[in-house]
Design a protein around this ligand. Structure first.
Ligand code: ADP
Length: 205
């Protein structure tokens, strides 16, 4: 069972990026998992190291969904910063399951961590790629002394990952980092995603 309702608690973001639905679960005595509905481009807590995760594609030059929203709010400097990330294969800056960090420019956070989730019907054993994507984001955040980090539902849009399966993987990987962050947030756009994440948190935490 998880912790109690979070109400609006936390930073000032919580009124602007959330429609009021939010729950908080304890990961450890000093770390919590926060699940809320909202727009991740409006999310921040207060520290200089706040980080949002982008569900990018391997080119890392923008796209639809949350990627498009993040680039629109961050401004053209984000595109320029992504262009500077070296290609590891022609056209590939971030292979599926890996993560890259850039500044966040006009977003109200310090960093964007770009990761690429699997396409559910294309990649073999998509669960391995999805868990790697979450794990590599959290490793990179930890290396950069990030204390507050927010994830969207990676792969659950155009990439077609079923919400319940994705939420179990996401929360299981966050549990591996129970002592490393003050708060890990999931900022979810739809009721269906929010409900899946709450259900999995109740099962796993
Ligand atoms: P992917 O290609 O990894 O599937 P998408 O951007 O298509 O990525 O979708 C990932 C998830 O992000 C979906 O659940 C979608 O509803 C959600 N999403 C879209 N825009 C936003 C936003 N501004 N804030 C948070 N989540 C968003």
């Amino acid at each position: 069972g998880g912790g109690g309702a979070a109400g609006g608690g936390g930073g000032s973001v919580l009124s602007s990026s959330s429609n009021g639905q939010a729950r908080r679960f304890a990961l450890s005595p000093s770390s919590s998992l926060d699940i809320r509905k909202g727009d991740i481009t409006a999310w921040f807590v207060d520290g200089a190291s706040d980080t949002i995760v982008n569900a990018a594609n391997e080119r890392m030059l923008g796209g639809g969904g949350v990627d498009g929203a993040i680039h629109r709010v961050a401004g053209p400097e984000l595109h320029a910063a992504c262009l500077k990330v070296p290609e590891v294969l022609p056209g590939v800056r971030c292979p599926t399951g890996q993560a890259r960090i850039t500044p966040a420019f006009k977003l109200p956070v310090a960093y964007v961590i770009h990761t690429v989730g699997p396409v559910y019907d294309v990649h073999d054993q998509p669960e391995n790629y999805l868990s790697s994507a979450f794990r590599n984001c959290l490793k990179l955040a930890k290396e950069n002394n990030v204390k507050y980090i927010a994830f969207p539902a990676i792969s659950c849009g155009v990439y077609g990952y079923p919400l319940k399966e994705a939420s179990k993987i996401a929360i299981s990987v966050v549990k591996e980092f129970s002592n490393d962050f003050k708060e890990v947030h999931f900022v979810l756009f739809s009721d269906d995603a929010y409900n899946a994440w709450i259900e999995s948190a109740n099962e796993l935490l």
